[in-house]
Design a protein around this ligand. Sequence first.
Ligand SMILES: Nc1nc2c(ncn2[C@@H]2O[C@H](COP(=O)(O)OP(=O)(O)OP(=O)(O)O)[C@@H](O)[C@H]2O)c(=O)[nH]1
Ligand SMILES: [Mg+2]
Length: 325
Amino acid sequence: MKQAERIDDLITRFLKHDKQALARIITRVENNPKDAQTILNQLVQHSNDAFVVGITGSPGTGKSTLIAQLADLLANQDLMVGIISVDPSSPIYGGAFLGDRVRMREIILNPNVFIRSIASRGSTGGISKALYDIIRLYDAYGMDYILIETVGAGQTEVDIFDLAYTIILLTIPGTGDNVQVLKAGLLEIADIFVINKSDLGGDWDKINLNMMLQSVQESPDWRPPIVRTVATENQGIMELYQAIQTHRNYLTCSGKLDAKKRAIVSKKLRTLLETLVFDELVRRYFSIQELDSSIDAILKGSKDIYTVAYDLLQPILDKIERHTP
Ligand SMILES: Nc1nc2c(ncn2[C@@H]2O[C@H](COP(=O)(O)OP(=O)(O)OP(=O)(O)O)[C@@H](O)[C@H]2O)c(=O)[nH]1
Ligand SMILES: [Mg+2]
């Protein structure tokens, strides 16, 4: 009972835009599934229709610097911005989001801006869940924009492609980074390209990127714009914001935004149900020994994995059938 009152109190403060309450609520949702259900259920009516933007690119391309500038621009228009940084697992970059980035430390003091990091160590499913929950909480809190930073390598970026409405890909001039982008299959997925560090060049990179885009896209109804920025000097940030607005309008008018939102909820609900149903079935019907001996049978080559799975499932289906009128 006491626990529930404390959650109510936290939610009251959360809805009054108390950043400390937001931080505590995120922690409660991350750490305790029961609290998560209570909290998220109490917040269902609250949504600000936040627009979710994913920003990805190789390490050091300037993602954090750019996000800080973009957040500043949005906050100055009286918009509220929630930032999520998915920390790369490499210890070299891990945790660097706030540490030595002066702009980031400034931006966090802005009352309209809130930052949260998620460690990408651990399972991909874990990041996906944390991202989904924080996005939902930011939206309920009243954020207008949610900006997610991930390094475009490994598994993590897949999650933002699933969850963000607009994907921005950062490259930098003259590093062959474009080739990496092409290899990673990011060209087809990005909605907006940014050539950051344009103080170091970028004319040729823009032409190059344009050619690459033409070769992969046959007749797109959205042609990704290429924006050149110097994040450290706050140059090109307004153009980037306009490009985001244009993409947002395109998604809204074409019905793709609603379709995307539906796909996100559908996928999330399915994953959740899979876990719940599986856990419940294991709890009710399987013994650890039974599962272990099935694994032994597969390893010994006496049964194939599909047969084992169906053999395990069939008695459960029979039982359910017998109980269904
Ligand atoms: N010359 C120049 N340097 C920049 C620019 N933008 C960012 N930088 C510098 O590039 C370095 C990396 O910037 P970050 O914003 O930390 O890059 P990041 O992509 O977030 O890096 P990780 O999170 O570690 O992957 C910093 O020293 C920035 O000051 C730019 O437009 N021009
Ligand atoms: Mg960063």
